[in-house]
Structure formats: C-alpha cells, structure tokens
Design a protein around this ligand. Structure first.
Ligand SMILES: Nc1ncnc2c1ncn2[C@@H]1O[C@H](COP(=O)(O)OP(=O)(O)O)[C@@H](O)[C@H]1O
Ligand SMILES: [Mg+2]
Length: 211
C-alpha cells in the first residue's frame, strides 16, 4: 500500500483539494483508496459525507480519532494534513509515508511561508534518513499573470522539485461542494484541469514505483 501525505502549514493552499481529487482519480481507475483526515476542521470527512453513493467508493478515516484500518487490498492511502502541524508530529508523519506532496500558492506570503517549510522539511528528512519522495505542486496558478512568473522563479529556488501545476479553476470549487472530484465531471467541462494532473500522476505512479 502506497501512502501519500499532502502537507503545508499554510491554510487554504489546496491540501484538501489535492487529497480529495487524487482519491477520486484512484477510485475512478478502480484503485482501492482510503483518505485519512488529520485536520480538526474535518473538510475531507465532510466531503466524503456528501459524496454520492453512485460514485466509486472511497474509504474515509478520522486520523485524529479512532484507528485507521483500511480494508484488505487497499492500494493507496492519502493523508490530508491540517494547517498547523507541530514539528514532532510532522516528522513522524513523514517517516510513515512514501510520498509527500506540498501545495504552494502564488502569493508572496504563501511563498515565503512555503520556503521556510520546505527548508525545515528538507533538513528533517536528512536528519531522519526518510526515504519519502517529495514534490511541490503549484496550485491556483494563473499562467498569464505576473504572479506565475514570480512563482516559477521561486519554485526553482526550492530543494524540492515541482511535480505539477494546477490552474485556478472553479471546477475544483464545484467538485468540493458535491463530494466529487474533477475526474468525475464531464470531460467537456474539465478536460483542461484533468490534463494538468498527468505529470503529477506520472510522478506519483512512475517515479515513486522505482523505490
Ligand atoms: N486550483 C484551484 N482552483 C480554484 N479553487 C481552488 C483550487 N485549489 C483550492 N481551491 C479552493 O481554495 C479553498 C482552499 O482550498 P483547500 O483545499 O481547502 O485548502 P487547505 O486544505 O490547504 O486548507 C477551497 O475553497 C478550494 O475549493
Ligand atoms: Mg484542508
């Protein structure tokens, strides 16, 4: 079972969006998947609550209460981290997982906070000898805006590679409201968004398989 942690201490950078949409990607491709909500706000669990029964099943666990016991044969487990994660907990989480995804928004405040976080994480990983793979996802990117250029420049300065770029799209907002992911929406509406996931999925499923 491959485990994936989506983490960044900044609230609103897209952790839940990436965790839930990734879960639907696996679910629609018949890969048994579990989502673990580590956030006291329980956004992921709420999303699962409104998820239509007609969509492929995704297991849900409250990572702060009770035990996480995925069904036998579960192939992917995705952890949705809270905004504030203390360093000890974070180190433990990172030790547990195979892959760490860090969403970053193209705002100056977010980039500064993310730079600090990435520096911390990188030093922690070195200290812990963690074997996890790390990747940054540029989220809510607006390619025609100046902020995108600034974001690109910033991302190149990080010690963690950028493994995906997702545009700012109302499709994510729509999906979140109804317990689905963009992979479960009509292709005519979400084609552009879906295609943007290809590099990230390849990185997750290809590169991480080499471990
Ligand atoms: N790529 C995107 N395009 C448009 N809205 C987005 C995108 N990513 C996230 N959002 C919206 O931003 C808000 C915060 O995202 P969320 O995933 O809840 O962040 P976090 O879990 O890091 O706090 C939500 O309303 C979500 O729908
Ligand atoms: Mg969240």
């Amino acid at each position: 079972m491959r485990s994936i942690l989506v983490v960044n201490p900044k609230g609103g950078c897209g952790k839940t969006t990436i965790a839930t949409n990734l879960a639907t990607y696996y679910a629609v491709w018949n890969t048994s998947v579990a989502l673990v909500d580590l956030d006291p706000q329980e956004s992921t669990l709420q999303w699962l609550k409104v998820r239509p029964k007609s969509e492929p099943a995704i297991q849900g666990f409250n990572g702060l209460k009770g035990t996480i016991r995925p069904a036998e044969g579960t192939e992917r487990i995705i952890y949705d981290a809270p905004a504030r994660t203390d360093n000890v907990k974070l180190a433990k989480l990172i030790k547990m997982v195979d892959v760490v995804i860090i969403p970053v928004l193209p705002s100056a405040i977010d980039m500064r906070a993310s730079a600090r976080f990435v520096a911390e994480i990188v030093s922690k990983v070195k200290k812990n000898n963690s074997k996890a793979l790390f990747g940054v996802v540029a989220n809510r990117a607006q390619r025609h805006y100046k902020s995108y250029e600034v974001l690109q420049r910033f991302l190149r300065t990080l010690d963690i590679p950028t493994v995906g770029t997702l545009r700012n799209s109302q499709n994510y907002v729509k999906a979140a409201d109804t317990g689905i992911g963009i992979f479960e929406m009509p292709l005519s509406e979400v084609g552009v968004d879906m295609r943007e996931w290809t590099p990230l999925i390849h990185w997750l499923e290809g590169k991480s398989e080499e471990k």
